[in-house]
Design a protein around this ligand. Structure first.
Ligand code: PXP
Length: 241
């Protein structure tokens, strides 16, 4: 059975939409509710530009998350220092570009072999397991094993965005084949990015993924499933003014 780690970055995005003037919605509260709903882990991406998750969120979540805290981050010295201080249950290293809307592709482990090897070692020395976010590409999976990562997170973005069924099926088979290769290399296998309530169904019966990391589609659905009650509560307040 696969696990589900819930990414709460987009709750922070909504909070930051008012430029820090509001304390709500708090990703810490969202994480607690996600755990009540059965999340096996909580994921946050602390970006260099702090566009959504803030340092304060990560430090509070470390104290409040009852399941597992997974910190996504770039392999920079600043982030390595924070990770060693916070001590999440897993660090997922991702590439990061300032201009991107969201993480756009997997790490090029082959090209950045030495710096990633050093980052993995420094996290291991602090007792923190490391996952590398990579495209479904066998060379990147092999390189991930060679830098001593504990696991990979296979990028499902292209599969989710495929414009037709043939392409989607082809991209899905790349994911399952590279997941099998990762297993053979003794790597744990997570998957994520862009997965929604439809695309996740493709994985039925595959049994190759340890944990799915999902954020945007869950937060999007929560906005709609919570809308009726939120309006009712404000309407009742206004009627009773
Ligand atoms: N995994 C990684 C490495 C990511 O960068 C993201 C997006 O922050 C996710 C998973 C979750 O993607 P989504 O929000 O599209 O579900």
């Amino acid at each position: 059975m696969s696990a589900l780690a819930v990414n709460v970055d987009h709750v922070a995005t909504l909070r930051q939409a008012r430029g820090g003037a509001t304390k709500y919605p708090d990703p810490v509260h969202a994480a607690a509710l996600a755990e009540l709903g059965g999340a096996d882990g909580i994921v946050v991406h602390l970006r260099e530009d702090r566009r959504h998750i803030q340092d304060r969120d990560v430090y509070i979540l470390r104290k409040t998350v009852l399941s597992r805290l997974i910190l996504e981050m770039a392999a920079t010295q600043e982030m390595l220092n924070i990770a060693k201080d916070v001590r999440p249950d897993l660090v997922t290293l991702v590439p990061e570009k300032r201009q991107e809307l969201t993480t756009e592709g997997g790490l090029d482990v082959r090209s950045f072999f030495q710096s990633l090897e050093e980052a993995v070692k420094s996290l291991h020395d602090a007792g923190i397991p490391v996952s590398l976010f990579v495209d479904p590409d066998s060379e990147q999976i092999r390189a991930s094993a060679n830098v001593n990562a504990d696991m990979v997170e296979i990028h499902t973005g292209a599969f989710c965005e495929a414009k037709n069924e043939d392409k989607r099926k082809r991209l899905f088979s790349d994911i399952t084949e590279t997941a099998r290769l990762a297993r053979q290399l003794d790597l744990g296998v997570n998957a994520g990015h862009g997965l929604c309530y439809n695309t996740v169904k493709y994985f039925k019966g595959t049994r190759t993924i340890d944990e799915f990391s999902i954020g945007h589609s869950i937060v999007s659905r929560a906005v709609l499933t919570g809308m009726e009650q939120a309006v009712r509560e404000m309407r009742d307040l206004i009627r009773n003014l």
